[in-house]
Ligand binder design. Sequence first.
Ligand code: GLU
Length: 309
Amino acid sequence: MRDIQTELDDLCSTLASYPDCGRVTSAIPELARVDPKKFAIAVADLNGQTWSAGNAEEPFSIQSISKVFLLALSLGRLGDQLWERVGREPSGSAFNSIVQLEHEGGVPRNPFINAGALVVTDIVLGRREPREAIGEILQFVRAVSEDDSIFVDDNVANSEARFSHRNASLAHFLAAHGNLTNSVERVIGTYVHQCAIAMSCRQLARSGLFLAHGGVNPASGSQILSAKRARRINALMMTCGHYDGSGDFAFRVGLPGKSGIGGGILAIVPGKASLCVWSPGLNQQGNSQLGTLALERLAHAAGWNVFGS
Ligand code: GLU
């Protein structure tokens, strides 16, 4: 391919004039106001180099991308016992489906749909105050990104909290099946705050490097989690990271990825790099429309695909 910077600049200018950029989420009022024309993309490699184009320094709401960090933390806390409380199969359903949870007796299909993330939040929360758990999650994200300026956007958290009826319903279903140890209020409070972490594309690209590097943060050399767990998180990102659009993302991009309704996508190129794109307009499945297209083009140009180049 041409050099990475030229590729990113080109994607940025081509996609800026793209006719259909999807629809910004209306589920969280504070996010509904984000300009759909924002676009950023960043690449971080294992040698510490980063490339970016567009609004790559501008923090946006990472939303469900946080579920990757939450999963890493909860595996550290509970180990493989986690899999007694949450499955690891693609859901094929919307990210906030209630029907599936009821049908499957209160054990969510995977940690990346909302029901699964609520269980994982409950695990990370443990017996602590929500404030302490949110602090630990933020610390983790800062450590893997090597950036202490990362923060939780309380306006977004409060905005989501006011409209959490659906997630609260999921949490009540989980509680009814004995799959929550904390109260619904505490779990939802912790959940909306960790979803409201704000990060830029550059920060997010750097934050994924430990997953591209066998669980080791290449910048600090510290082992964040075992190589086996890093592989497994990548596998779950590939099969479940885009909800009922996961098959399409694997088909088009061929990399483990996790989307958020803020319009961000984190994608991992194992052994090579970590990528992040942000474009707030979403497709039918709630994944960034132009973000997916940008990653499809970049991965194709660079020959980055876990199924072969
Ligand atoms: N906070 C959002 C929710 O729970 C996250 C959804 C997403 O990013 O896909 O609905």
